[in-house]
Design a binder for this molecule. Structure first.
Ligand SMILES: Cc1cc2nc3c(=O)[nH]c(=O)nc-3n(C[C@H](O)[C@H](O)[C@H](O)COP(=O)(O)OP(=O)(O)OC[C@H]3O[C@@H](n4cnc5c(N)ncnc54)[C@H](O)[C@@H]3O)c2cc1C
Length: 298
């Protein structure tokens, strides 16, 4: 690994100015779990590392019944999984965070780093998209707020500018009749990363669906709201047949990734099965222990 200078700014403005002044030769580091890997592999050889460690504004998890949840970008996956307000008001988010990677990565990797790296084989982006989350981006020039859908642009590409930091993630307060379910499928038990993720947030009364957000992640370049399947289910009393048909629509509407972990055909089928099981479980359609058999990936 190339030697680098380690800078430790104490504020967002200071960090942003360093990033602007040093340009391409400089990288922000949070937990370092992604960055150090690419530096060790010499895919990236920055001369300066700007550590986010001392920037207090990036820390903390706070809940307010009116404004919802605020998760500082430096929150680690394990902080989110253990957080009392997250567990109480957003169990889907807590359960997702508890399944990210392995204990080492969960205790070191941060939410901000996860989102900024733009890796498709990750858990938080799809889950946060279903929850209607927004990101606050900050720099010496000011702040802007972007919904998750506008932040993730493509395979490893996000909307963040070189001098910007993710300050926090905001999640709106949950509706009283909303249920959320995050499911993931791993190709093998030994793998950490999801091959497929399905995030479902629905306002419903048993099988009667009032409103739904259904997001597929991990097998597509960026997580996607499945609008056609959402429209198909909204306002309907969901049956097993409808769950199957909605999952078929989901499978038709994605353009899956194809790589060594799974080709397009395999990924499309795994997305279809996981979407169907997630819809069935959400609307209480599990009668024979089917979907709730819960493969280890759930
Ligand atoms: C073995 C392994 C298994 C994994 N499995 C999973 C998994 O199952 N599910 C999953 O979701 N993820 C998984 N990951 C990815 C993991 O979640 C990320 O590596 C981690 O969250 C990145 O956070 P970090 O703080 O370490 O980021 P860093 O490595 O510090 O930074 C990553 C990138 O984000 C930028 N960055 C960091 N913070 C900010 C910020 N606040 N503002 C702007 N830019 C920022 C950095 O400049 C860098 O480009 C895995 C990683 C490993 C190594």
């Amino acid at each position: 690994m190339r030697e680098f200078e380690f800078l430790q700014p104490g504020s967002v403005i200071e960090a942003s100015k360093m990033l602007a002044d040093l340009g391409e030769d400089c990288r922000l580091m949070a937990g370092g779990t992604a960055l150090m890997l690419v530096m060790r592999q010499r895919m990236l050889m920055p001369s300066h590392i700007v550590s986010a460690e001392r920037i207090e504004a990036l820390r903390g998890i706070h809940y307010d019944p009116v404004r919802g949840l605020r998760i500082g970008a430096l929150s680690r996956h394990s902080d989110i999984a253990r957080s009392s307000p997250v567990r109480a008001h957003y169990p889907m988010l807590a359960s997702m965070a508890a399944r990210v990677a392995n204990p080492q990565v969960r205790n070191q990797g941060t939410l901000g780093g996860n989102l900024c790296y733009g890796d498709p084989s990750t858990d938080p982006p799809g889950c946060l998209m279903a929850l209607g989350a927004e990101l606050v981006l900050a720099s010496a020039r000011g702040q802007r707020v972007l919904p998750m859908e506008s932040f993730l642009l493509d395979f490893f590409v996000t909307a963040i500018e070189p001098d910007e930091l993710v300050l926090e993630v905001r999640v709106p307060p949950p509706a009283p009749d909303a249920t959320g379910l995050y499911t993931r499928f791993k190709r093998t038990a030994a793998e950490h990363r999801p091959l497929v993720s399905v995030s479902l947030l629905a306002r419903h009364d048993a099988a009667l669906c009032h409103e739904i957000a259904l997001v597929v992640g991990a097998s597509v370049p960026v997580p996607l709201r499945m609008r056609r399947a959402e429209e198909f289910l909204s306002g309907q009393r969901v049956s097993l047949d409808m769950a199957r048909e909605a999952a078929n629509i989901v499978a038709q509407d994605i353009s899956p990734l194809s790589d060594a972990r799974g080709d397009e055909v395999y990924r499309r089928e795994m997305v279809r099965i996981n979407a169907q099981r997630t819809i069935e479980a959400t609307f209480g359609l599990v009668t024979d222990g089917g979907p709730s058999r819960e493969p280890t990936s759930y």
